[in-house]
Every structure is written in structure tokens, then in C-alpha cells.
Design a protein around this ligand. Structure first.
Ligand code: FES
Length: 260
């Protein structure tokens, strides 16, 4: 973990609801594992007292990118107003990231939320590992969805929107059985109810079959220290009390939600 100041080298509008800011980060970029986070100092302590967790992804050699969306949170809204040449005060990398997929696996990346950066980082690693990658995304409507045109053509895509404006109308839930039967390993982000559904479906489908690996990102929250000291992020899991900032935020979904 280190405290560092990084300079914004590019700010890109990916779609009306998604921005990407790119940071020059020669030392951090080589250390960071998808799912690990940085704590960003946002504005001044009166506007955003606590540092905000951000999940960077490697976008090119020596550069990290942050995915940003319009937010009602004062800290994240401030972050979205930063411009090329501005500097960000960051702490990290912090926490546990996703385990790497083995070579040649069937990898499923799935989310019902906009917390996609850890999945996009994991997607890059899986493709480099010669894995077959499927991504399944859910949003309320098409213009809230991550811009899928930016995803590599090698990734098979499933989309569900609640209003039916793109892909399947409704939730991803009906697709889960087929996706889970196909996948060797599943990496998920999203709401707690969605992660519970995913875990429950996996238990029903895989009962008596080979072990399937499921990993989930603990739904985003504010952290205090980010270092395991203040205990403000302690959560009850099936494996006992865990500090999300150091024991997570990536957990084995079974340990996180169900199995002891
Ligand atoms: S934020 Fe302080 S222990 Fe996790």
C-alpha cells in the first residue's frame, strides 16, 4: 500500500452515462489485481470527509483507468469533474482482488450493477489466458448499460434491461441456469439480492456435480481507514466476521453468503 499522486492523462466520454479517466501510473499498474481498490481523496474534507473507494483497471502499459458515472455522492461527483492534467491523491492498492482464472477455462463475468471495472480487468486477464469469456449484464434501460460496443468481439454477451430497451426484458435471473452450467468459474459484482440469487442457483444446479468457483465483490460501501484498523467495514459472513477492506472486497461467494 502506498500514498501516491497520479495525473489524469485522458478523459473519455464512453457513452452519455459513462466516463473513463485515464491515469499515468507506472508503479501501481503492475501491482494491481482486478477487484483491489484505491481510496481517492475527493474535494475537501468538508465536502467528502472520507476517501472514496475507486476500482481501477489496467488499460494500457503503465496506465490505469477509472470508470465514472454521474453520482449523487459529493465525492464521486467531484471526481467526475476532474480534467486532463489534474492530479488525484490516492491510497492503495488495497484489499484482495479476484483470483486469476486458469488457462483455457470457461469464464463467466456477471453483474446487475454499474460496478464493472473489476470485471473488465478480469476479462482482460481471462482473454490473455486463452479462456472463453461470457459476460452477462443487467441495467434498468439501454442508456444505463455499460457501452457494450467497447467490449472485445471475443466476448460472448448477454444483456437484460428491465424495460426491454436492449436484450432480454427483465432481469438476468432466467439466464443464470445456462450460464452456471457452462462456466468453470464465475466472477460477479452487483447488489446483495443478486449475489444471493446467483449463489442459490449455483447450489441448485451444481448439487452433486464438480466444484464450481464463484467469486463476488462485496457491494460497494464507504470505507473508513481501508487498512483493517477502524472496524467500520466489518461484515457478517458464513465464515464469521470479516473486514471487507482487507479480507475482501472480493470473497468466495459460498463463504460470503452461505457455506460455513
Ligand atoms: S475501513 Fe477500517 S477496518 Fe475496514
Amino acid at each position: 500500500m502506498q500514498k501516491t499522486t497520479l495525473t489524469i492523462t485522458r478523459k473519455t466520454l464512453l457513452s452519455p452515462a459513462w466516463w473513463q479517466i485515464t491515469l499515468s501510473a507506472p508503479h501501481l499498474a503492475e501491482q494491481l489485481i482486478p477487484g483491489q481498490f484505491l481510496l481517492a481523496q475527493c474535494a475537501d474534507p468538508f465536502t467528502a470527509y472520507l476517501r472514496r473507494p475507486v476500482f481501477p483497471m489496467l488499460v494500457e502499459p503503465n496506465h490505469l483507468a477509472l470508470l465514472l458515472r454521474p453520482s449523487s455522492d459529493a465525492g464521486l461527483a467531484w471526481l467526475l469533474t476532474r480534467q486532463v492534467g489534474d492530479q488525484l491523491d490516492l491510497l492503495g492498492p488495497l484489499g484482495q482482488g479476484f483470483p486469476q482464472p486458469a488457462e483455457g477455462q470457461h469464464v463467466c463475468l456477471i453483474s446487475d450493477s454499474s460496478d464493472l471495472a473489476p470485471l473488465l480487468g478480469q476479462m482482460q486477464i481471462a482473454l490473455q489466458n486463452s479462456s472463453v469469456v461470457t459476460m452477462a449484464l443487467q441495467a434498468s434501460r439501454a442508456n444505463r448499460l455499460y457501452p457494450i460496443s467497447t467490449l472485445p468481439i471475443a466476448v460472448e454477451l448477454h444483456v437484460a434491461t428491465l424495460d426491454g430497451s436492449m436484450g432480454q426484458r427483465g432481469r438476468l435471473t432466467p439466464l443464470l441456469p445456462d450460464l452456471l452450467r457452462w462456466a468453470d468459474v464465475v466472477y460477479a459484482t452487483g447488489s446483495m439480492p443478486f449475489l444471493h440469487q446467483l449463489h442459490q442457483q449455483a447450489l441448485e444446479i451444481r448439487l452433486g456435480h464438480h466444484t464450481q468457483f464463484l467469486y463476488g465483490l462485496w457491494p460497494q460501501q464507504l470505507f473508513g481507514c481501508g487498512l483493517g484498523a477502524c472496524l467500520s467495514c466489518v461484515a457478517t459472513t458464513a465464515s464469521g466476521l470479516k473486514r471487507v477492506c482487507v479480507d475482501g472486497p472480493i470473497f468466495d461467494l459460498g463463504h460470503m453468503l452461505g457455506e460455513t
